[in-house]
Design a protein around this ligand. Structure first.
Ligand SMILES: [Zn+2]
Length: 336
């Protein structure tokens, strides 16, 4: 009898122990779950905080959309949420983020120079630095045929350049090329909207209002594609600043709008009058050397070339032009 009572007591005690252990397991489990939930919530918060510090504007969304294929259909596209992209992936793309309010990506920052300063150097021969720097510049693009070939040569030689685009040519047909320009570490500048001398300089005299309006209209086109974070502060007067009258008032209108103009101090000669235009690749390289030598300070070189229809010779000579500057110890910069 006593044995049975003892046995029942033992069973009860054992059951109680089991219930207690179950309760302990449940409470520890719940605690761990709560810790996990709080943890992941704050991880998401930190993630979002980091993302918000990264200047992720429409340009970045556009970039991810176009490059990673993360957003493959329209339905997903409309619900596109950058916060859902793992930070590791975002970090790996940082180099391709647009420098906010500028004309190039992060990866190009190390060799991007202020156009106003560089222009002052070439106008006044006032550069005091030791490092020689060359700025290859291409006007009148984008062009579906020539621009990609120029980009190929730049990439093969691991150097970069500045592309002065004409506003009226900035359209969907050229978006791929424009994307390449930035993605491959180059910068984009503007070269008016119409490139029409009569509109910009009636009677060879600058019309500051017309010039500013064309810069703004070109900016508008660029922002439609690259997003509002994109802004080019670099402008080149079609035909060159040196060619027109009343430039001072146009310059100050541009300056007030936050834009610097720049000409060049040497050129491949691909838009010279027929009698002076080089007809061979070697001729173009010699033209660059000859014109650079006219400057009393040759440590800064801004080379004018064109990526427009018919400029095949410019494509052909480019590797030699690059070799020339490399062998002379120049670093390749872009203008911002
Ligand atoms: Zn031009």
């Amino acid at each position: 009898m006593e044995d049975k009572i003892l046995e029942r007591q033992l069973i009860r005690k054992r059951r109680a122990r089991i219930r207690k252990r179950k309760r302990q397991i449940i409470s520890i489990g719940s605690l761990l779950l709560i810790i996990f939930l709080i943890g992941s919530c704050s991880r998401q918060k930190i993630h979002n905080k980091k993302l918000s510090k990264m200047n992720l504007g429409p340009a970045m969304e556009w970039y991810i959309d176009n490059n990673l294929g993360l957003v493959s259909n329209k339905k997903l596209k409309s619900s596109f949420d950058i916060a859902k992209i793992p930070l590791t992936k975002v970090n790996s793309l940082k180099g391709h983020f647009l420098v906010k309010g500028s004309n190039h990506q992060n990866m190009a920052s190390a060799y991007a120079y202020n156009a106003g300063e560089i222009n002052s150097y070439i106008k006044n021969n006032s550069y005091k630095g030791n490092q020689k720097i060359v700025f290859l510049t291409f006007d009148d693009g984008p062009n579906t045929n020539i621009t990609p070939k120029i980009l190929d040569v730049l990439k093969e030689n691991n150097v970069h350049a500045t592309f002065f685009l004409v506003g009226k040519s900035i359209n969907k047909k050229h978006y791929k090329i424009m994307k390449r320009i930035l993605d491959e570490g180059n910068s984009i500048a503007t070269h008016s909207y119409t490139h029409d001398y009569k509109t910009l300089y009636p009677g060879r005299v600058c019309d500051p209002g017309a010039i500013l309006n064309e810069v703004k209209a070109t900016d508008q086109r660029l922002a439609e594609f690259f997003g509002p974070n994109f802004k080019s502060s670099v402008f080149r007067y079609p035909g060159g600043h040196m060619s027109w009258e009343n430039t001072a008032s146009a310059d100050s209108a541009l300056k007030n709008y936050g834009v610097n103009w720049i000409d060049w101090n040497t050129l491949v000669g691909d838009a010279e009058v027929k009698s002076q235009r080089p007809t061979t690749a070697e001729g173009q390289v010699a033209y660059v050397e000859k014109n650079l030598a006219k400057n009393s300070n040759t440590k800064i070189a801004v080379v004018l070339a064109h990526d427009a229809t018919g400029k095949e010779l410019t494509v052909e000579s480019l590797p030699e032009v690059i070799n020339y500057f490399k062998s002379e110890g120049y670093k390749f910069g872009i203008l911002k």
